[in-house]
Design a binder for this molecule. Structure first.
Ligand code: C2E
Ligand code: MG
Ligand code: MG
Ligand code: MG
Length: 278
């Protein structure tokens, strides 16, 4: 009897794994053609100055619509793209596209808006990343300071020597760095101190808890305090409620991003949003 149960649970187990492998494979196959078939799009989420209420920047967020699979969220396909090594070429597409949109924004007169990009670990560590970035930026005649790269702690901790090198070179070129999802990774503060970055982004898992958790509030206050001492700017993501915005602004958080202000928008809608706020 015990053996039967073992077997049936074993079968059930392997079938689920089989389905997962199959689903992952289908996603990977669809992803191979996504760039050529123009299935990617960038949306843009505004980053708001908590004092002036101005839009200081926008974060480019990748969207994928596949004719068979429908809309697929980044948290589902980015890991697959990373695992299969496709993230670097996808990342290059994002970089090029975001720069083109940044140029458009500047031509429309929004020349002090920064464009934020999420850079995956593999893209960040890849050969010639620095020169590929420089080439596009120079080709389009953009001021490097109008770009901001978001990297996570785990990206940086993967290979500190390369991280220091890449970040230093791009910072000297003029690009700003932000540590994304701050507080969720396993970085050591002594390591982070060696790196040149301007801004820390408080993860939405803390922001979301502002109303309910004394603990989350204390963590946010200490991160803000630390940033002040280290002369870093601080931005909170996942600001959904007025209460979050008030708490963060009252306690010196410089910038806010979240559904309270706007979700990520297609480029046309971003332009309308900017026009309305102007
Ligand atoms: P992230 O960089 O931390 O981006 C923030 C995520 O929070 C975005 O999800 C955004 O749409 C969502 N968000 C914004 N405001 C709110 C809010 O008020 N409440 C809540 N609950 N969520 C909010 P999205 O667009 O699904 O992206 C998820 C993650 O995928 C990003 O996290 C980033 O790590 C990755 N990603 C997105 N685009 C790219 C890309 O072009 N390249 C790379 N390498 N990664 C990307
Ligand atoms: Mg980000
Ligand atoms: Mg984040
Ligand atoms: Mg995130």
């Amino acid at each position: 009897k015990a053996r039967m149960d073992d077997r049936s649970s074993y079968c059930f187990y392997s079938e689920t794994i089989g389905q997962e492998v199959q689903a992952r494979y289908e996603l990977e196959q669809a992803l191979v053609h996504a760039i050529d078939r123009l299935e990617f799009e960038l949306h843009f989420q505004p980053r708001i100055d908590s004092q002036s209420n101005r839009v200081n920047g926008v974060e480019a967020l990748l969207r994928w619509k596949n004719p068979k699979l429908g809309w697929i969220i980044p948290d589902s396909f980015i890991p697959v793209a990373e695992h299969s090594g496709m993230i670097s070429s996808i990342g290059d597409w994002v970089l090029k596209k975001a720069c083109l949109h940044l140029k458009q924004l500047r031509e429309l007169g929004y020349d002090d808006i920064q464009m934020g990009l999420n850079i995956s670990p593999q893209q960040f560590m890849s050969d010639n990343f620095v020169s590929r970035v420089q080439l596009i930026v120079l080709e389009l005649g953009l001021p490097p300071s109008s770009l901001e790269f978001e990297v996570t702690e785990s990206t940086l901790m993967r290979d500190m020597d390369t991280a220091v090198k890449v970040m230093t070179e791009l910072t000297q070129f003029g690009i700003d760095f932000t540590i994304d999802d701050f507080g969720t990774g396993y970085s050591s503060l002594s390591h982070l101190k060696k790196l040149p970055y301007k801004r820390i982004k408080i993860d939405h898992s803390f922001t979301r808890e502002i109303g309910q958790s004394q603990n989350a509030r204390e963590i946010i206050l200490s991160v803000i305090e630390m940033s002040k001492r280290l002369d870093l700017a601080i931005v909170a993501e996942g600001v959904e409620e007025q209460e979050h915005s008030e708490f963060l602004t009252a306690n010196g958080c410089h910038e806010l991003q979240g559904f309270l202000f706007s979700p990520a928008l297609p480029f046309d809608e971003l332009c309308e949003y900017l026009e309305q706020r102007a």
